[in-house]
Ligand binder design. Structure first.
Ligand SMILES: [Zn+2]
Ligand SMILES: [Zn+2]
Length: 150
């Protein structure tokens, strides 16, 4: 989707279009993935939608949004499995406003351990930083009602 008229596109929109020097570790028509410039773990990727969606608050319980987040998570898991196979534990999630650093939805994909260790407070749902939501939890929140037939 086009950026708001008259405003320059945000940094992550520019990365998604490949118009920066950022290395894309994955790209398709829906999402791109790249390394966090300030990594908090052995491997720390961000997976972002190509479309500009500001934050998790803008996601709705509907098939498109559920499908998008599920795809972001799958891409993140695939990348970590490929690039950090030695990591025993990983974490996937989003910062909720006002704890998000940039207003373009981005999934943090972390292959643990955290480096340095104190960084973990930013990526846990417990403790003072309750602003983090794990990807699986978010999927539960936006899972379309109509699809839950078994
Ligand atoms: Zn953007
Ligand atoms: Zn973030």
């Amino acid at each position: 989707m086009a950026a708001a008229a008259g405003r320059p596109p945000c940094l992550f929109c520019q990365i998604a279009r490949g118009s920066t020097s950022t290395d894309l570790h994955y790209a398709d028509e829906m999402v791109v993935a790249f390394r966090d410039i300030n990594p908090s773990a052995v491997r720390h990727y961000l997976v972002i939608p190509v479309e500009h969606i500001p934050t998790v608050k803008h996601l709705q319980r509907k098939t498109e949004d559920y499908h998008l987040v599920n795809h972001m998570l799958n891409v993140g898991k695939t990348l970590l499995a490929r690039d950090a196979p030695e990591s025993m534990c990983s974490r996937f999630g989003f910062h909720q406003p006002p704890f998000n650093s940039i207003d373009h939805l981005h999934l943090h994909c972390l292959a643990l351990p955290f480096t340095p260790r104190w960084r973990q407070v930013k990526y846990t749902t417990l403790g003072p930083f309750w602003g983090f939501i794990e990807a699986e939890k978010l999927l539960d929140k936006i899972r379309p009602f109509s699809k839950v037939t078994s």
